[in-house]
Design a protein around this ligand. Sequence first.
Ligand SMILES: [Zn+2]
Length: 138
Amino acid sequence: MGKKKRGQKVCPECGTVNGVRAYYCKECDYAFKMKKRSKNRRGRPVKDWRTLEVGDYIRVIGRSGSYYIKSNGDKIYFTDAGIYHIKQKHGEGLTVIGVGRQSHGFEFLYMGKEKQSKLLDNMFNAPHKLCKVDYIPR
Ligand SMILES: [Zn+2]
């Protein structure tokens, strides 16, 4: 543990070797200080959305979440990619408000299992892909 090679860095908390570009320790989630941290708006992937809290900022990745299938087979996604602020947590998702350039207004981000909608045959509820971001709007 803790032997670092070129292109690696060692976590000061737990001694785990991480890639030099890691923002967070893969073992203990220690936040490495990065020179360009303030420009990091891409965030890190959220593995378990239930760990998110009201007040957190997240980025919804494009072409994820609930969608419907057009007659020509194209998938149309309901949620715009972009940055959202979490307002409420529910059993199957999050109520958020968009704070990005494309994302605005209240949205419900479905996070349950992918399943056919009860409303329409060609509509599917599907979990959104999320990244957690350290974004504080001005
Ligand atoms: Zn660590």
